[in-house]
Design a protein around this ligand. Sequence first.
Ligand code: ATP
Ligand code: MG
Length: 340
Amino acid sequence: ETPILQVEDLRLEYTVGNRRIAAVDGVSFSLPRGGALGIVGESGCGKSSLGSALLQTMPNNAELTAGNVRYDGRAIILGGKPVVEGGRSRIDALRWTRIATIFQSAMNALNPVTTVRRQMMDALRLHRPGISRADATDRISEVFDMIGIPRSRMNAYPHQLSGGMRQRAMIALSLILEPELVIADEPTTALDMLIQDQILGEIADLRERLNLSLILVSHDMGAVAESCEVVAVMYAGRIVEIAPTRRIFDNPAHPYSRTLIGALPSLTGPLEKLESLPATDTAAAAAATGCRFAHACLAATDLCRKTTPPAMNLGGGHVCECHYAEDFAAETAADKREVR
Ligand code: ATP
Ligand code: MG
């Protein structure tokens, strides 16, 4: 079956003064229809930039310099350029109707001077011009029920809603047109843990019910583990490891993933220290020769500092950009056996 999304060597650069920052530096992945991919990594590693590149919603100082993106087999970005058809870019035609986004801050995404219900009605009428008022009303009630917003809150303005309800309202708004793919960027980060769990649970339910495909961006490994079958770990603009979720937890092969997961380090002394990594200077790390994580990796060798690690295929959909990926994956597996 054709994947819903195929991304090949995507590159996005920001210009700040006379500096260029490669925030997305050659990212490739494929998302099967109905699948869920989690993208994790520390602040500044390029997760949101990747999301905005996929949707072509980048700020003015951003430029795609390379990459191909296919949606359901059709090219929407070729050689870093949006594909235009009939005077309109293909991605514009897909946004909202087939690809929806959920952002971190509902307050910025919702219109503050209109009720949530009204915004949903407007979206429906804009994109489904033939829809009757009665059908639109039914559809809105249905989505509110699905997302767990009480009907009594339907006519509230965004500021009258609690943080959790507001976030639900945005999810409802993004789902009203029955998209096939949802890109959620830290959809629950600003909320307390209990509400985070509830909303993630609801997103998981929706996925099953609507056969949604999902890209969930988060710096919270736990949240991603619960909602996604595959996890991609991003570091300084690249996916340094990608694997089925169980694999990445049981056998993380990249030293950076191991710190994120808090895997039991086998090289006890040095690797333990990695867990309190200083914030990465993405631009500096990306510009370094060799492995971009070498500067912070206490297992780094001369090879790491001199030669960019190739993508090591560890089988079963597990790929890792570390010279020693095979050794590390084997080690974590051995550790787990010892513990059991
Ligand atoms: P967070 O977890 O904090 O949301 P992120 O992984 O989403 O981080 P991005 O926001 O994509 O990271 O940023 C990636 C890099 O690009 C960072 O170095 C950031 O400083 C830089 N950056 C992001 N937006 C811009 C911009 N508009 N102009 C210049 N640089 C930017
Ligand atoms: Mg972000």
